[in-house]
Design a protein around this ligand. Structure first.
Ligand SMILES: Nc1ncnc2c1ncn2[C@@H]1O[C@H](COP(=O)(O)OP(=O)(O)OP(=O)(O)O)[C@@H](O)[C@H]1O
Length: 337
């Protein structure tokens, strides 16, 4: 693995057996049903950078997040952290969830929530040292020492996310997996939390895996973006390159559905069509039923991932070129549903 990488993921797959119970299957002669939530994903995350994974609901983003922190085991493939694969590597990774309230014990004071991992991992010895560290962590996330005496319910959503960031930082991680960290928050608070995360990243040289269904959220916070569709990466590129020149029709459609803050009244079409079921995915390129450019080969052959010299990877038989119009520009095949 490269010395510059904090995480390397190779051909990662996680499948779920969603078959009916064995007896029902035998009696009703039903086949096994396998859901390929993640199927052959590879990427590497440079140290100190933010790698974002985006895509619509159900494309496999959270499954990758859970694989990264060891909550799931891979069905196939590998996930290696810089400090060695397996247990040691995973202890260096912490996760921040979408709903901070659900993972903060409501009966504990904030100072005890933050102190727990410090005590458990033996990172400070003695009550005074633990308390000093808790106060320091509260300060790092913009909370006061007195906030430590309160319970989670006294805080707003944004403040609760600050508490869960402080608790994650308590273990002195090098890697943070952030699963939709701002999607439960008001728009104005979202920016504050993302800015806090970026400040902390600079200060502690943290590496982030940022999961979001919203490309607009990750634009200013990420260095690289991987766009997922039905368990696979369809396009990956440095963030500005991806926005300036998206080459996969799905990426282009996602970008075209971002509301334009400078022209909020300009109508934006929603993304057409539903994501198909990963239990019975379409043949060939799984995006073909929604793709305005699909041709025969797309229905039959799954496109291989091709890597450009400029750091972009793309899995598409007919990638867009600058001259090609946006799929939403007047194409009736993409009428809004
Ligand atoms: N434990 C599980 N058992 C069965 N199926 C699962 C399990 N976890 C996830 N899935 C399925 O795997 C697919 C990918 O789910 P995942 O949660 O990773 O997607 P996602 O992109 O994060 O979506 P969302 O934003 O809605 O969470 C979905 O079809 C989901 O129903």
């Amino acid at each position: 693995m490269s010395s510059q990488s904090a995480l390397e993921v190779q051909d990662l797959a996680r499948w779920f057996d969603v078959s009916a119970p064995w007896l029902t299957r035998v009696l009703e002669r039903k086949p096994k049903r396998i859901l390929k939530a993640v199927d052959g994903v590879s990427f590497s995350v440079p140290r100190g950078s933010t790698f974002a994974i985006v895509g619509e609901s159900g494309c496999g983003k959270s499954t990758i997040a859970r694989l990264a922190v060891g909550l799931y085991h891979p069905t196939r493939g590998e996930l290696n952290f810089a400090h060695g694969a397996g247990r040691d590597g995973r202890m260096r990774a912490q996760m921040i969830f979408q709903d901070p309230y659900a993972c903060l014990n409501p009966r504990w004071r904030v100072k005890d929530i933050i102190a727990e991992p410090i005590r458990e991992l033996g990172l400070r010895r003695g009550a005074a040292a633990v308390q000093a560290r808790v106060t320091e962590l509260l300060g790092l996330v913009g909370l006061a020492r007195s906030d430590g005496e309160k319970y989670p319910h006294s805080f707003s959503g944004g403040q609760r996310q600050r508490i869960s960031i402080a608790r994650a930082l308590a273990t002195e991680p090098e890697f943070l997996v952030c699963d939709e960290p701002t999607s439960a928050l008001d728009v104005s608070v979202q920016a504050q939390i993302l800015n806090l995360m970026m400040d902390l990243q600079r200060e502690f040289d943290l590496t982030y895996l940022l999961i979001s269904h919203n490309l607009a959220v990750v634009r200013h916070a990420s260095d690289q973006i991987a766009v997922m569709y039905l368990g696979r990466i369809v396009e990956q590129a440095p963030t500005e390159m991806l926005f300036r020149n998206p080459r996969h029709p799905y990426t282009r459609l996602l970008i075209d559905t971002i509301p334009d803050l400078e022209a909020p009244n300009r109508a934006r079409q929603p993304l057409a069509g539903e994501v198909p079921s990963p239990i019975d995915p379409p043949s060939g390129c799984t995006f073909h039923p929604r793709c305005p450019y699909a041709q025969d080969v797309c229905r039959k052959v799954s496109p291989p991932m091709a890597k450009d010299d400029d750091g972009r990877s793309i899995a598409c038989h007919f990638p867009l070129t600058a001259a090609r119009p946006s799929p939403l520009a007047g194409l009736s095949a993409v009428s809004a549903t």
